[in-house]
Design a protein around this ligand. Structure first.
Ligand code: C2E
Ligand code: CA
Ligand code: CA
Length: 284
């Protein structure tokens, strides 16, 4: 079994190397909104792999493998170049959030890759938000702190992803240059049914506020959750209720002249064919 497992991992690793040069990777974009105004804030870039025989492979499956093998550096560099090129079709001031794995924050090449992608595309660095996880803070924290500071100096903002699920001490929130906490979906999904989950969300929002950070509620799937996170005072909101990750073409088709809501025009992707008469009311 172990041998089979190893063989298939080696095969996937070889496939992933090939994917990088044969255009099998694609960046999907999930819209993120301002909870109060309903305006579109920007998107999170989520990587997709169209495998020639396995079909669509989830990043949950191949990102950890790419991390272990070190391929994540090439994958990450590819994504940053793709995103910079794609953002030419997504008007400013819309932002783009990009996930960075702990491994990517271990070497300075990341900064070079990002600078190069920015220079060749002409994209403004201030449109970037980088999402890191708590494990990054624990890993090699002097090094990652240095790289995060460099990203910040370029004008990018830093968000702490999946907040509340990791093991990093709260003191790290003051030691690292962080602009935003992304509240993990596990809290959001229980908000409507469990008072303790709702209390945790409200407390995270207050904590962020006290530390001059903003918040994004992730994985909002129901109208009830949307109302609760608005009441809790979250800055941004993201989730299937308002829009799924989608290909660049779909994003470009949906961006209106004002780059704002209606959120319904984004969530329409969920149930294709349905022209989404339900409304996600942001205004009271
Ligand atoms: P993440 O960074 O926490 O991304 C959010 C994940 O939640 C995405 O899954 C997204 O499609 C999903 N999601 C968004 N809204 C909802 C919702 O309302 N309900 C539910 N159930 N799920 C929702 P995805 O695209 O499969 O990505 C999974 C993970 O893979 C990401 O989690 C991230 O950790 C990693 N990942 C994706 N793209 C990249 C990348 O370019 N680089 C790195 N390092 N990691 C990536
Ligand atoms: Ca993320
Ligand atoms: Ca997340």
């Amino acid at each position: 079994e172990m041998e089979d497992c190893l063989r298939s991992r080696l095969a996937i690793e070889a496939d992933l190397k090939r994917a990088l040069v044969t255009e099998q990777l694609e960046a999907f974009y999930q819209p993120i909104f301002n909870t109060v105004t309903g305006h579109l804030w920007g998107f999170e870039a989520l990587i997709r792999w169209h495998h020639p025989t396995l079909g669509l492979v989830s990043p949950i499956e191949f990102v950890p493998l790419a991390e272990e093998t070190g391929l994540i550096k090439s994958v990450g560099a590819w994504l940053v170049r793709r995103v910079c090129a794609d953002m030419a079709q997504i008007p400013s001031p819309l932002k783009i959030a990009v996930n960075l794995s702990p491994r990517q924050l271990e070497d300075d090449e990341l900064i070079e890759d990002i600078t190069e992608a920015l220079n060749s595309s002409g994209m403004d660095a201030g449109r970037f938000e980088f999402e890191i996880t708590e494990s990054t803070l624990l890993n090699n924290n002097t090094r990652s702190r240095f790289i995060l500071l460099a990203l910040r100096r370029m004008g990018a903002t830093i968000a702490l992803d999946d907040f509340g699920t990791g093991y990093s001490p709260l003191t790290y929130l003051t030691r690292f240059p962080l602009d935003k906490l992304k509240i993990d979906r596990s809290f959001i999904s229980q908000m409507a049914t469990r008072q303790d989950a709702a209390a945790i969300v409200r407390t995270i929002v207050q904590l962020a506020h006290q530390l001059h950070m903003t918040t994004t509620a992730e994985g909002v799937e129901t109208e009830e959750q949307l109302q609760l996170i608005r009441k809790a005072g979250c800055t941004n909101v993201q989730g299937y209720l308002l829009g799924q990750p989608m290909a660049l073409g779909d994003v470009v088709n949906r961006i209106g002249p004002e780059h704002i809501l209606p959120a319904t025009s984004w969530s329409a992707t969920r149930s294709s064919g349905n022209d989404a008469t339900s409304s996600h009311e942001f205004a009271d």
